[in-house]
Design a protein around this ligand. Structure first.
Ligand code: ZN
Length: 488
């Protein structure tokens, strides 16, 4: 009997190690994913905007889920939380702008895309159509200039154009004028900027965010950049306009937080190494309404991944791997990957012991049979071994048709650079990002829990778990590719 039972134990161990079905797979349940997602993407959390109490409230909920699932706290000071400081700068309500004899109401009549602490009382030099300006010869030194935005040669096919158009115009026309010494820039909206006004001002209102020591902590010495409506063009055209303004920047700090839990590995040696699952808490808060609803629920982006991580956590708590697994739901991703930048520079476990990062961003939408991993092909691939594990896991489980076009450096979205695996990959940690790609509800109030494709979310979660199980139990950690170098 003794021999038989140890034989059975040995057989079971071998079966567990080599079977294509990891032991906790049945603990990843569509019902749990759906229930958790409806809770996290609920109106209760007001769109979980970073730099507000709504994000903190959602993080507290996630920490409580980690506790209930049985993860050990792995944040700071024996808690599930790693707080960090966000420095914010916003335009104060005390600010004032007058052009000629008219006071402009900030955000309605005039938008401030680059803040400055300045008092102005000066003439405005009208430069006309931005596309017609010769920036080599124009003399703008010390002057406040006005020019009409022009979409010529700007790629309008990108996602979220209304969020980005002002920045594209500024990069194309504003920066050369600043380099020539302009003391202020007033962009006059073209039709595309008019369409963008609502979304752009929502971003401008929120101002800048940065971590301690970052370049946006102190914005007081910058040059003001303003936007006025197309109808204001007549104020500038005859080149006699004046601007009187007093812009006041208010600077303050506000906490954001990473939610961190772990499962210890079973192997006495390998348990000091960690597989890291990554998602983000924040969405976009409350902004311009669509169909009367102004809450940006962030169901796909990124509650889908957070609930997938909770499901993977249930599986690993019940059936730990040889290596330990750490779950990090980052704060303030949407404001500039701040949570992952902070955790990767202040890790709560030794950075060299993090063997892999499996990040997810938006894994619950679009066709049931297709998906994407970013980091699959060079120059984004930093571990061929890890990619092969993910590809094998896909074959054994969900069998998605994989679209690699989004991983190309020439893809217009540049999505590899837009989620939380990036700071870890830059540090040389084998990293992948799982996604089911963009959709028209991305970054709108329509990204709701009822729009999620739950069977697909279950398949994506299976895939992330199956990959993680391989990483957690592999004899050696995934090797880094020798020549990894990102294109930017
Ligand atoms: Zn996201």
């Amino acid at each position: 009997m003794k021999i038989l039972s140890s034989l059975i134990t040995a057989l079971l161990t071998i079966t567990t190690l080599f079977s294509q079905t990891p032991p906790g797979l049945s603990l990843i349940r569509q019902e749990d994913l759906k229930k958790d997602l409806y809770a996290l993407a609920d109106a209760h959390f007001n769109g979980r905007s970073a730099g507000t109490t709504d994000e903190l409230k959602a993080a507290a909920w996630l920490g409580e889920q980690f506790r209930a699932i049985g993860l050990k706290p792995a944040g700071d000071d024996g808690t599930y939380f790693q707080f960090f400081n966000l420095w914010r700068n916003t335009i104060s309500a005390n600010s004032f702008v007058q052009i000629n004899n008219t006071v402009y109401t900030i955000w309605r009549d005039i938008a401030i895309s680059q803040m400055a602490n300045v008092s102005l009382n000066a003439p405005v030099l009208y430069l006309g159509d931005a596309a017609m300006i010769d920036t080599n010869t124009v003399d703008v030194k010390g002057k406040i200039v006005a020019l009409v935005a022009n979409k010529k040669d700007i790629n309008l096919d990108v996602s979220l154009l209304t969020w980005r158009y002002n920045r594209y115009i500024n990069t194309k026309y504003g920066l050369p004028l600043l380099r020539k010494g302009a003391a202020g820039i007033i962009f006059i909206a073209d039709a595309t900027a008019e369409q963008s006004w609502g979304d752009a001002t929502e971003n401008f209102k929120r101002g800048t965010y940065d971590l301690d020591g970052g370049p946006n902590v102190d914005v007081t010495s910058t040059i003001p950049i303003l936007w006025v409506h197309a109808t204001a063009k007549k104020e500038f055209e005859n080149n006699t306009a004046t601007i009187k303004a007093n812009l006041v920047v208010s600077k303050y700090s506000f906490p954001s937080v990473n939610v961190v839990g772990k499962v210890d590995g079973t192997d006495p040696k390998l348990k000091s190494e960690f597989l890291l699952y990554s998602g983000h808490t924040d969405a976009h808060g409350i902004r311009n309404a669509i169909n009367g609803d102004s809450i940006f629920y962030g169901a796909d982006d990124n509650a889908s991944v957070d609930v997938a991580m909770m499901a993977c956590a249930r599986a690993f708590v019940k059936y730990p791997g040889k290596r330990s697994v750490i779950f990090v739901i980052h704060g303030a991703e949407e404001r500039g990957l701040f949570g992952s930048r902070y955790f990767s520079s202040h890790p709560t476990v030794p950075l060299n012991n993090i063997v892999t990062v499996l990040n997810g961003d938006m894994i619950g939408r679009n066709n049931s049979d297709s998906a994407v991993i970013l980091g699959q092909i060079p120059p984004h691939r930093n571990s061929t071994e890890l990619v092969n594990m993910a590809l094998a896991a896909n074959k054994e489980g969900p069998k998605f048709i994989l679209d690699t076009t989004w991983d190309s450096p020439s893809h217009i979205e540049g999505w590899y650079f837009r989620s939380d695996h990036l700071p870890y990959a830059r540090l040389g940690i084998p990293s992948l990002m799982y996604t089911t790609l963009l959709h028209p509800d991305y970054h709108t109030p329509l990204d709701r829990a009822d729009k999620i494709n739950y069977p697909k979310l279950k398949k994506m979660t299976d895939w992330m778990y199956r990959t993680g199980w391989k990483v957690a139990n592999a004899a050696t950690r995934p090797a880094k590719d020798a020549n990894f170098k990102l294109e930017r």
